[in-house]
Every structure is written in structure tokens, then in C-alpha cells.
Design a protein around this ligand. Structure first.
Ligand code: HEC
Ligand code: HEC
Length: 412
């Protein structure tokens, strides 16, 4: 594997060209150096007749010596740093090459020890327990047929193994269900980032006509009629069931859905054998030549930003949220933690397996786009089968043990 980050998508910005003095240039007008100084031959730059001149004895020494005196500062000031840069690119961790990017991706690393909480909704045991009950309670949907866990099923990686699931009214949803594992770490929620917090997010699926199709006032009444909920809402938030406290409790519960250490975390901590050889090669590719870590970086392996890969152009994606044409068909980089458990993939669930996803990056990026929309990525040129399997093995090493959450007995 070459590590010079040959991939055009993350090639470092070009350095200004440096023209070195040609030997023929000695004694005549030399080429420009790119430093605004014309290099000239020694006789024009320096008068050798001075007795202190160490070069004056031989004419060859005089010619060569003086040109080197002039070239030396150039050599130290320009050539060595340029060489050093190439050497450091060649020997650094492959990801280091992308530090030349204008936007430096965060290094891959373990999940933070604590999940950030917004003011006013500290994660207390009473809130988490209430949120767990609500998450599994089908009474939350308008026709009492769906709970959050219907689509975010703990047995299926807290998502559902279908491309596009159906809402409580039987209608297919436009997008693939993401896992809620580690969702407490996300800076924005949904494929298009339209919610900024889990609190804000929770009321979305509850009220969406094609999802749980619930009337919030009715839900408040329904839950207030359940004695077990009345006391729990009092304990957790000091109120009767309100839409705000429902959303907060669901958020508090979801903040506890953090995955444990994956083999990849152990590898990063120094346990080399935690990854198979293939996964290690995959990791090198991921942070190096294959350019994945340009977007899949940080503890979640996501930059939290929005990119257009050309998976599909049917969905406006981020464009609807910002109202900007340039964000059309852009989607949030998904976290890759536990990704092996959350097939199928992409915002529309169109890719069935991790092999399909990695192959997409090699061959599936479309050459033409509607209205010539520029893509935020270019296909990997080569089509090496072993690279695909190595990358898939690496992705599989990102699976950490999910939290063990028992399906609760619901209050009556
Ligand atoms: C009918 C299936 C369905 C149900 C029921 C459902 N969800 Fe979702 N959930 C989805 C889909 C689909 C998305 C992605 C929608 C989008 O991005 O536009 C999603 C997105 C999310 C996200 C954002 C994850 C991310 O990576 O950004 C969270 C958190 C979430 N749901 C929590 C919940 C909670 C809490 C409930 C119960 C109140 C719930 N969901 C009920 C299907 C469902
Ligand atoms: C330009 C940013 C960018 C780069 C580079 C990139 N990805 Fe992605 N990745 C994304 C975005 C955005 C999505 C979601 C696209 C969509 O749904 O339309 C995604 C989706 C994925 C998914 C599916 C996750 C899921 O839950 O559906 C996997 C797996 C993945 N990428 C792996 C990789 C690998 C491996 C590489 C390197 C070969 C890579 N990515 C390079 C931005 C990027």
C-alpha cells in the first residue's frame, strides 16, 4: 500500500513551484527561484579578488563554490522543508496527510466517558426509567400499534432490518431508520439534521402523520389516566404528563444507549491483536488512501456534516432544512459505530450490506448528476477486491456491546 494519499479527494494543496538553479545557470542569468531573487553566477554576485575569499585559488572551486554559497540558503530554506514534508507524509500515520486539509478532521478515538446533557434535563434514574417505559409503550402512537421500539428495535441494533419501514398507518417512510445507539452524542438529528437535540427530536415521530400519528393533547390525557405514569412523571419532572416532559424523558433514556468498547477501541488503546490483519489494513486504508476519515472521523466516525455522495437525488435532504440549492441531496455523515448491526444502509436503505456500501465508494458514485450537481466525493479509481474486504473487516471491528435494556412491564 502506498501512503502518499494519492487519492485526489484529499490531496494536500499544491505548494508554489520552486525552480532550482540549473548548473548551466552558473555565470549567467539564472532562473527565477520563486523567491523573487534572480540567481546569478558567482562573478556577478561576489568579487573574488578579495584575499580573504577561500574560493579564489581554483577557478573551478571559484565557480562551484560560489554558486553553492548562494544555493545553500535556498537549499536549507526551501528544498529541505519540501523534502521533509514529503518524508513526513510518507511516514506519518496515513490520516496525518489529511491534516493538510483546510478543515482538519478530528482523530478517530473512543467515545467520551459522559454523554452531554442540556440544561434542565440531567440524566437521573427516575427520568431514564420513565423514558424507558415510554420508549416501549405502543400507547404513544395514535392507534396504539407502534412504540419507538417498533422501529428502533433493541434486537435489531436499535433500528429495523428493512430499507424503509412502515408507520402506524401502514405508509412506507421515505428514509431508512437510523439506530438510536449513541444518539446522545449527535450534534444534529435525522438524516438531514433538522433537530438539534433529542428533546426536540422526540416529538417529531410522535406527531408525524406517517409515523406515530399522535395528537399530543390526547397523548397527555391518555398518559395522565394511567396511575403508574402519573407518579413517575411527578418523580421525574414534578409535573403531570406534558409533551415537554414526555420528550425529555425519552431523551434522557436515549442518552443511556451508549455502546461499550469495540475491538477497534481496544486496538486504538494499544492492543494491536484486537483487530485482524485484514481489519488493520482496512483501518490504514480508511484513514489514509481511501479517504474515508475525511468525513467519518471523531469518536462517532462522523464529522456531523452534510455531503452529497449521489446515493439518490430523489430526496432533497439537507436542502429542505437550509433552503439552499447547494444543499440539495446532501445527508448527514452517519456514525459508523456498530454499523455492522444496522443494515441496510444509506438514507434510503438502498444498499443491503457493508460490502455493497464499500463497493459503492469504488464503483457506485454516479458519473453524471441531475443539473450537473457537483458531488462531495469522487469514486476510488482502483477496484481492488481485497481493499473492499479489508475495509468491510475494519467496519465490522467497530461493533461494541450494546447496553442491555430489558423490555419493561408497562404501567396500567
Ligand atoms: C415508524 C417507524 C419509527 C418510529 C415508530 C419511530 N422512529 Fe425514530 N426514526 C425513524 C426514521 C425513519 C428516522 C429517520 C428520519 C429522518 O431522518 O428523516 C428516525 C430517526 C430517529 C432519531 C434520529 C437518529 C439520528 O441518527 O439522527 C431518533 C433519536 C429517533 N428516531 C428516536 C425515536 C423515538 C424516541 C421514537 C418514539 C417517540 C421514534 N424514534 C419512533 C423511524 C421511526
Ligand atoms: C464526503 C464525505 C464521505 C466520505 C469521504 C465517505 N463517506 Fe461514508 N458516508 C457519508 C455520507 C454523507 C453517508 C450517507 C449518504 C447517504 O445516505 O446518502 C455515508 C454513509 C456511509 C455508510 C453507511 C452507514 C449507514 O448507517 O447507512 C458507510 C458504511 C460508510 N459511509 C463508509 C464509508 C467508507 C468505508 C468510506 C471510505 C471508502 C466512506 N464512507 C467515505 C460521507 C462520506
Amino acid at each position: 500500500m502506498t501512503r502518499q494519499s494519492a487519492s485526489s479527494i484529499d490531496a494536500p494543496p499544491a505548494l508554489p513551484p520552486v525552480a532550482l538553479p540549473s548548473p548551466e545557470g552558473a555565470g549567467t542569468e539564472g532562473p527565477g527561484t520563486g523567491l523573487g531573487v534572480g540567481l546569478r553566477g558567482p562573478t556577478r554576485w561576489h568579487d573574488c579578488r578579495a584575499t580573504v575569499c577561500p574560493m579564489r585559488r581554483s577557478s573551478t572551486a571559484r565557480r562551484l563554490g560560489h554558486s553553492w554559497l548562494l544555493v545553500l540558503p535556498l537549499w536549507c530554506g526551501v528544498v529541505l522543508p519540501v523534502m521533509g514534508r514529503q518524508v513526513s507524509v510518507a511516514f506519518a500515520q496515513p490520516g496525518a496527510a489529511s491534516t493538510e486539509q483546510p478543515e482538519k478532521p478530528a482523530p478517530l478515538g473512543p467515545l467520551p466517558a459522559t454523554v452531554p446533557t442540556p440544561a434542565g434535563n440531567d440524566t437521573t434514574p427516575a427520568r431514564v426509567e420513565l423514558g424507558r417505559l415510554l420508549f416501549f409503550d405502543k400507547r404513544l402512537s395514535g392507534n396504539n400499534t407502534q412504540s419507538c421500539a417498533t422501529c428502533h428495535d433493541p434486537q435489531q441494533g436499535w433500528t429495523e432490518a428493512v430499507a424503509r419501514t412502515k408507520g402506524s398507518t401502514g405508509e412506507k417512510l421515505p428514509r431508512n431508520t437510523p439506530t438510536v445507539l449513541n444518539s446522545g452524542f449527535l450534534a444534529s438529528l435525522f438524516w438531514d439534521g433538522r433537530a438539534q437535540s433529542l428533546e426536540e427530536q422526540a416529538l417529531g415521530p410522535l406527531t408525524a402523520p406517517d409515523e406515530m400519528n399522535q395528537d399530543l393533547a390526547e397523548l397527555e390525557r391518555e398518559l395522565a389516566a394511567v396511575a403508574g405514569y402519573r407518579t413517575r412523571f411527578q418523580q421525574a419532572y414534578g409535573t403531570a404528563p406534558t409533551r415537554e416532559s414526555i420528550a425529555r424523558a425519552l431523551a434522557a433514556f436515549q442518552r443511556t444507549l451508549v455502546t461499550g468498547r469495540a475491538p477497534f477501541d481496544r486496538f486504538l488503546a494499544g492492543e494491536t491483536v484486537a483487530l485482524s490483519e485484514g481489519a488493520r489494513r482496512g483501518y490504514e486504508l480508511f484513514i489514509g488512501e481511501a479517504g474515508c476519515a475525511r468525513c467519518h472521523a471523531g469518536p462517532l466516525l462522523s464529522d456531523g456534516k452534510f455531503h452529497r455522495l449521489g446515493v439518490s437525488f430523489r430526496d432533497v435532504g439537507r436542502g429542505r432544512v437550509t433552503g439552499r440549492a447547494e444543499d440539495r441531496a446532501r445527508f448527514r455523515t452517519p456514525s459508523l459505530r456498530n454499523v455492522a448491526q444496522t443494515a441496510p444502509y444509506m438514507h434510503n436503505g438502498s444498499l443491503k450490506t457493508l460490502t455493497d456500501v464499500v463497493t459503492f465508494y469504488y464503483r457506485g458514485i454516479p458519473p453524471v448528476t441531475p443539473d450537473n450537481l457537483p458531488l462531495d466525493i469522487r469514486p476510488r479509481g482502483s477496484q481492488s477486491f481485497s481493499e473492499v474486504t479489508d475495509l468491510v473487516e475494519f467496519l465490522e471491528s467497530l461493533t461494541g456491546p450494546p447496553p442491555e435494556i430489558a423490555v419493561p412491564e408497562l404501567p396500567e
